[in-house]
Design a protein around this ligand. Structure first.
Ligand code: ADP
Ligand code: ADP
Ligand code: MG
Length: 472
């Protein structure tokens, strides 16, 4: 088994990995930049090292991180999600220094990180993909030709894109002409690659993805699916496992398809195969994420499998502990990404000091976060502050538990997406499990909730003010 792991990440996922290490008796090494001096992962790890003053760039410094891991006697590196997690050079640099990279091989990361290569691999394996360009596009004329052939609307996508960025829907030739250069420059800035491709836009699809696990002995299994259709601008807000919108036959079919996809590329470690489901019940492969996903939590909740622990075990060369038929699920889990954003103000990021925080608790509630009372949120990073995960035996009860947990949570000093999620939870389409990726756009009225504090909150504020005034 591994003895010491460097965690090349920050925030809640760094804390999540530290927790797995602690349970497995593995020493954890945290890294941080100056802006993260007071971050929780720095306090929680067994050892912590400052890697410079550049807030974000420090976390992306491949050679500094690999050097540090070697110098501190680590035998492995966990990349988390975002940052270097899908960077094949980083995986390769680890290997060259004799460090185990906790994830698939560098070559798989490279192939699946390139969305056109991934599409080709899936076509070869017999997995359905959306109609689209054969590879990357050379010119806007070529794009117009492909769009003519597959029919509008089309999606123009950055080949190396991720995190919901570098994607534009085009409804007409004018649209495509207008967006072509825009997506290229966006992709160049965000991903350092100017490659783009086209695929058919599936109108109002459901985003359904499958968690898979594969070891080095050829065992590949799936842990059922997640429904991530509640999105804003192609970014996930609320995730659900399993999808309340699939029947058992669809579930079995999709799980099998994901395992086939993973096997076809010789995949190892944890990964996610993302699909779109159209209104005719057809599934299309969209992309594969070669890392732990933000929403791995809900799969852990319904199956009881610790995905981060399995990642570490597989990386250490151990076989999976479960056969497919041993994977069972129970009930439903919902994850809410609590973002420091103001829904009433176009979801503008809301940074600052958290004046008071307490986690929701009680039955069926899990909170993954790296915030605490008094924590000052640095403005340089992702706006996701916490993940609240609830579960219950039925869909109806999971929804009710979600409402209760979000009301239970105390998070003051900044604006968050919590009140917005409470509106979504009240909506009949959500409650009846009938929604697609167009839900958020279709319901702009949901940001019109009242900002007035609830009576009990008001009472405690008044009591505190009176106590301060009278010196009690
Ligand atoms: P998930 O796919 O796990 O649901 P997200 O798509 O929300 O996760 O991405 C998780 C984090 O990783 C976000 O901070 C996102 O900005 C970042 N990210 C994902 N893919 C890329 C990429 N190709 N390049 C840069 N950042 C990325
Ligand atoms: P990322 O790498 O940023 O996660 P994806 O390719 O996974 O990008 O797409 C992100 C989201 O964009 C999807 O969840 C879906 O909502 C939307 N999307 C992507 N491709 C299509 C498509 N062909 N038709 C309709 N929606 C799409
Ligand atoms: Mg995706």
């Amino acid at each position: 088994m591994l003895r010491k792991i460097l965690i090349a990440n920050r925030g809640e996922i760094a804390v999540r990995i530290i927790r797995a290490c602690a349970e497995m008796g593995i020493r954890s090494v945290a890294i941080y930049t100056e802006a993260d001096r007071f971050a929780l992962h720095v306090k929680k790890a067994d050892e912590s090292y400052c890697i410079g003053s550049e807030p974000v760039a420090g976390y992306l410094n491949v050679y500094a991180l690999v050097d540090l891991a070697a110098a501190t006697g680590c035998d492995a590196v966990h990349p988390g999600y975002g940052f270097l997690s899908e960077n094949p050079q980083f995986a390769r640099a680890c290997k060259e220094r004799g460090l185990i990279f906790i994830g698939p091989d560098a070559d798989i990361i490279r192939r699946m990180g390139d969305k056109t290569e991934a599409r080709k691999a899936m076509v070869a394996a017999g997995i359905p993909v959306t109609p689209g360009s054969d590879g990357n596009l050379g010119t806007v004329e070529e794009a117009l030709d492909v769009a003519e052939r597959i029919g509008y609307p089309v999606m123009l996508k950055a080949t190396s894109g991720g995190g919901g960025r570098g994607i534009r829907r085009c409804d007409s030739t004018q649209d495509l002409r207008r967006n072509y250069q825009r997506v290229i420059s966006e992709a160049t800035k965000a991903f350092g690659s100017a490659e783009v491709f086209l695929e058919k836009c599936i109108v109002n699809p459901r985003h359904i993805e499958v968690q898979i696990l594969a070891d080095h002995d050829g065992n590949t299994i799936h842990l059922f699916e997640r429904d991530c259709s509640i999105q804003r601008r192609n970014q996930k807000l609320i995730e659900i496992a399993p999808s309340p919108q699939l029947d058992e036959a669809q579930r079995q079919y999709l799980g099998g398809l994901a395992v086939l996809a993973a096997k076809a590329v010789g995949y190892t470690n944890a990964g996610t195969v993302e699909f779109l489901l159209d209104d005719q019940g057809r599934f299309y492969f969209m992309e594969m994420n070669t890392r732990v996903q933000v929403e791995h939590t809900i799969t852990e909740t319904i199956t009881g499998v610790d995905i981060v622990e399995e990642q570490i075990r597989v990386a250490a060369g151990l076989p999976l502990r479960f056969k497919q038929e041993e994977i069972v699920r129970r009930g439903y889990a919902i994850q809410f990404r609590i973002n420091a954003e103001d829904p009433k103000n176009g979801f503008l990021p809301s940074f600052g000091r958290i004046s008071r925080y307490y986690a929701p608790g009680g039955p069926g509630v899990r909170t993954d976060t790296a915030i605490y009372t008094g924590y000052e949120i640095p403005p340089y990073f992702d706006s996701m502050l916490a993940k609240v995960i609830v579960n219950a035996l039925t869909w109806e009860d999971a929804v009710k538990r979600g409402e209760r947990a979000l009301r239970d949570m105390g998070l003051f000093g900044i604006k968050t997406t919590i009140p917005y999620y409470l509106e979504i939870l009240k909506h009949p389409e959500f409650r009846e499990a009938d929604f697609n990726t167009g839900f958020v756009e279709k319901h702009p009225e949901l940001v019109h909730y009242s900002n007035k504090p609830r009576p009990e909150v008001l009472a405690s504020v008044i009591a505190a003010a009176m106590a301060a005034h009278t010196g009690l």
